[in-house]
Design a protein around this ligand. Sequence first.
Ligand SMILES: Cc1cc2nc3c(=O)[nH]c(=O)nc-3n(C[C@H](O)[C@H](O)[C@H](O)COP(=O)(O)O)c2cc1C
Length: 189
Amino acid sequence: MLESLVIRNRSYRAFDESAPIGADTMRELIDLARRTPSGLNRQPLRYRILSSAQDIATMLGNCRFAAKLGIPLPPEGGKPTGFILMFTDREAGSPDTLALKDVGIAAQTILLGAVERGFGGCMLASFDSARLCADFGISERYTPVLAIALGKPAETAVLTEAVDGVLDYYRDGAGVHYVPKHAAKDVYI
Ligand SMILES: Cc1cc2nc3c(=O)[nH]c(=O)nc-3n(C[C@H](O)[C@H](O)[C@H](O)COP(=O)(O)O)c2cc1C
């Protein structure tokens, strides 16, 4: 059911390195994303798959996972086994205001597809765009907009109901990750 997929689709930051997601599965996920809605149907999104250990290590050197927790993530031995990098194509004719909405739709679709296949991941906006383009030989035509770390999750993330509007995520002593979400009654205006 979609509700179950949505609930299981948490941001995961530790992975089972013995169960790599593989480039073929990431291509399937991008195939889902390329058929999602797009403002003016300009379809400005482009993708790069990273699946080699070297590329993954390079990308891990350029992004930050849950920096405010102040703990090393992903943990040693728990790295993602793939990344999907998302770009907008300057020549696609999509205004940024629309293209950035497309990014969210496509990224969530990718992650739901990953969860359905027994994987999971984390959207990442904390990276240095210029460094990413230099590291992976991306031309100026494309703007990096989001990275998605992927793999088989090796941690537990639990939704809780936000109390008094406090939305900061946190971990307990066992490393369980808690994510407060607004109560249903609090999301209407
Ligand atoms: C646009 C966007 C950018 C994000 N960037 C990062 C990031 O750079 N690093 C990170 O660890 N998590 C990142 N996240 C994940 C959020 O921290 C996460 O969605 C939030 O804590 C709620 O947890 P949940 O995804 O399990 O609901 C990002 C999420 C979104 C939607």
